[in-house]
Design a binder for this molecule. Structure first.
Ligand code: AMP
Length: 284
């Protein structure tokens, strides 16, 4: 049976014992409502440890005041079953926000440059919340390795940078994006979509694939690629583009020509769901 831990001190004791027994701990941080994307991270984590800890915590500090914190979908029992079947050995799920942010809490981790791009612009407190909660999870779960999805590409860069800058002795692993058969990146937020919006949502991946093909056939100007992607997305009646950007995959700084593998990332609102996706564009 998978072990479920709801409190910080108990999780730390468990981690200390595992380390004393020379077991490697691998962590998969999530906000729950698990899907095949999360399960792929758990399977990857099994390559890096024997205690596989899945954290489930809808972290309030990474949501802005007008975002979907209270509406965020939850399914704890189902999550435990799915995580166990994928090979998790422990669920760490703090039983309240106060368990993670007790009264008087005032310490945050903030990166200087990476959050000033892409999602960081439309979600100003987001990456501060992510860096803070991941720091706390590293200190609570004491993992040797932690696995993050490339679906949240900017988040992965933020965590990698933070781990390096703050000397966390944790191997940060990036795992590929898992998609639905029609290309839509799996996301807990896809649950917000009506049937019709779900069909429209395939435009994110279609726009990325179109750009990847254009690059393969010799189009290199970022302006042309972005315009073509925007035109494709605007065909969908409810799609509202937040951003479409083509950026250096390490610094996220703008580029004007795709002359090497470059990141294309986009965020589109469809109804209540803000969806993100990305792909590397690789010239031949
Ligand atoms: P979330 O529960 O949405 O905060 O995501 C938890 C982790 O799962 C993050 O590292 C995400 O990048 C990752 N993840 C979410 N969706 C996918 C997906 N479709 N493919 C791969 N990883 C994903």
């Amino acid at each position: 049976m998978i072990r479920v831990i709801h409190n910080v001190a108990e999780m730390q004791r468990f981690a200390d014992e595992a380390r004393r027994d020379d077991k490697a701990i691998a962590l998969v941080p999530t906000m729950g409502f698990l899907h095949e994307g999360h399960l792929s991270l758990i399977r990857e984590a099994k390559q890096h440890g024997s205690e596989i800890v899945v954290s489930i915590f809808v972290n309030p500090t990474q949501f802005g005041p007008d975002e979907d914190l209270s509406a965020y979908p939850r399914a704890f029992e189902m999550d435990c079953q799915m995580a166990e079947s994928a090979g998790a050995t422990v669920i760490f799920s703090p039983d309240s926000n106060e368990e993670m942010y007790p009264e008087g809490y005032q310490t945050y981790v903030k990166l200087e440059e990476l959050p000033n791009h892409l999602c960081g612009l439309s979600r100003p407190v987001h990456f501060r919340g992510v860096a803070t909660v991941v720091t706390k999870l590293f200190n609570i779960v004491k993992p040797h390795a932690a696995v993050f999805g490339k679906k949240d590409f900017q988040q992965l860069l933020v965590i990698r940078r933070m781990a390096r800058d703050l000397n966390f002795d944790v191997k940060v692993i990036g795992a590929p994006i898992v998609r639905e058969p029609d290309g839509l990146a799996m996301s807990s937020r896809n649950a917000y979509l009506s049937q019709d919006q779900r069909k429209q949502a395939t435009c994110l991946n279609q726009a990325l694939r179109q750009a990847a093909e254009q690059v393969k056939s010799g189009v290199t100007k970022v302006g042309d690629l972005v315009n073509a992607a925007a035109a494709l997305i605007r065909e969908q009646p409810e799609a509202e583009i937040d951003y479409i950007e083509i950026r250096d995959p390490e610094t996220l700084e703008p580029v004007s020509i795709v002359d090497r593998p470059i990141l294309m990332a986009l965020a589109v609102k469809i109804g209540k769901a803000r969806l993100i996706d990305n792909m590397m564009l690789e010239p031949t």
